[in-house]
Design a binder for this molecule. Structure first.
Ligand SMILES: *[C@@H]1O[C@H](CO)[C@@H](O)[C@H](O)[C@H]1NC(C)=O
Ligand SMILES: *[C@@H]1O[C@H](CO)[C@@H](O)[C@H](O)[C@H]1NC(C)=O
Length: 403
């Protein structure tokens, strides 16, 4: 089974390479103008107000925050409660707006009366700048640990200063939840700034995770040095126009290869979901992958391999030097005092039900554990599902109203 899926993936890579030259030659670039719109352009296209804010972290990374300060169905006013939406691995602020006002969580929250802030983690297409003149190797030397201890505190401070509020809501998807758990355990003073946190497809423990790519990385962690040299401390799959054009060419409605596109997503996220809108694939793939560091993947591979949610493993000597111990220290989940709701899908290959269950018992202030009421709901359905609104977003918005 796993072998045939790997073959499928390799087949896709081969097709990509073969058609790559072709795609650039015939310039398919502008078949659908939406795929090249940035997050602010998308939001503006749908008639919502949009702002762009730059935030510099304590270690010099310059991040772009997008803001939808109010909605169309709910006008501007003082004291709209701020919500920070944080995307996952390889994604960006576009996740929350690309599906349009009827489906996108960003618009739904703005229309429900919230002041919506869309984060962009270091290294993605909107957050690639650095204050200092550093090398590529120095720049890409981060995982979600640094996003937790530097990015989120800087972003949260900026939002609270700008809005003159004392607390905000946080909703994260996948790595957007991992970063939060890192922040709230390593910098526990930030718990007081959170009204409530909503974890969509929570990822901390990965003991039951079924994704074959992460498993593959996990199997190689013993040869981590080799793997690191192979991949480099570097950017993983940079966002390129070629990739966008390929998504456009191979995944649009008229392409015979469209099923391969959806199968690749299923391979990553969970099989046979009927919630994927295939017509929207070219637009989705115009925004994803949006950039990430190799180290983010390796850190997840380590988490799977060690069965421990802990800091990055630098090997025996590196760990002694950095942490003063042979093994990296575990994150202290019992320090997370902010109220946390956990939303998971039973067909999710990355955020497993059993791991969510373990997490719910370790977090001191779990306010609910919710299984999305759909048997095929997978990891990416949290962002793009046809019925994400009734199945998930409406429920979170209603729950937010209580905090
Ligand atoms: C990882 O290693 C285990 C045990 O050696 C093996 O059973 C499994 O198939 C491997 N998984 C992958 C994805 O390579
Ligand atoms: C699927 O996506 C297309 C293009 O974005 C959109 O026009 C259509 O309404 C969507 N269908 C559903 C069922 O959401």
């Amino acid at each position: 089974m796993a072998a045939s899926k790997t073959l499928l993936f390799l087949g896709f890579v081969a097709i990509c390479l073969l058609t790559g030259g072709l795609a650039t030659e015939i310039e398919v670039r502008n078949l659908d103008p939406d795929i090249h719109l940035t997050t602010p352009q998308l939001v503006a296209k749908y008639g919502y107000p949009i702002e762009e804010h730059e935030v510099t972290t304590a270690d010099g990374y310059i991040l772009t925050l997008h803001r939808i300060p109010y909605g169309k169905k709910s006008p501007a006013s003082e004291n709209r409660p701020p919500v920070l939406l944080q995307h996952g691995l390889l994604c960006s602020s576009a996740d929350w707006v690309v599906m349009g006002p009827e489906h996108g969580f960003g618009y739904l929250l703005a229309d429900a009366g919230y002041d919506v802030w869309l984060g962009n983690a270091r290294g993605n297409v909107y957050s690639k700048k650095h204050r200092d003149d550093i090398t590529q190797g120095e720049y890409w030397d981060f995982s979600w640990h640094e996003m937790g201890i530097y990015d989120l505190p800087a972003v949260i401070d900026h939002i609270l200063e700008t809005t003159k509020q004392e607390k905000l809501f946080y909703a994260g998807h996948s790595m957007g939840t991992t970063m939060f758990y890192v922040m709230a355990s390593e910098r526990p003073e930030y718990n007081d700034k959170i009204r409530a946190m909503f974890s969509m497809a929570p990822v901390a423990h990965m003991n039951h995770m079924q994704n074959i790519f992460v498993k593959l990385i996990a199997n190689f962690t013993d040869g981590l040095g080799v793997l690191l040299n192979l991949l480099g401390v570097n950017e993983f799959m940079p966002k390129t126009e070629l990739l966008e054009s390929l998504g456009q060419l191979l995944c649009r409605d008229t392409a015979i290869t469209q099923d391969i596109c959806s199968n690749i997503l299923f391979l990553i996220a969970g099989f046979d979901s009927d919630q994927l809108n295939k017509t929207a694939l070219p637009v989705i793939l115009g925004h994803t992958p949006a950039g990430a560091a190799t180290k983010e993947f390796l850190h997840y591979g380590q988490t799977t391999h060690s069965k421990k949610f802990r800091k990055y493993d630098y090997g025996l000597l590196g760990n002694m030097k950095r942490y003063g111990s042979i093994h990296p220290p575990e994150y202290k989940l019992n320090k997370i005092t902010a109220p946390v709701a956990l939303h998971y899908g039973v067909n999710d290959l990355l955020a497993d039900e059993q791991d969510t269950d373990t997490l719910s018992h370790e977090l001191p202030n779990t306010i609910g554990k919710f299984r999305v009421a759909h048997d095929k709901f997978n990891h990416l359905d949290f962002l793009w599902a046809i019925d994400a609104k009734p199945l998930l977003y409406d429920i979170i918005i209603r729950f937010m109203g209580r905090y």
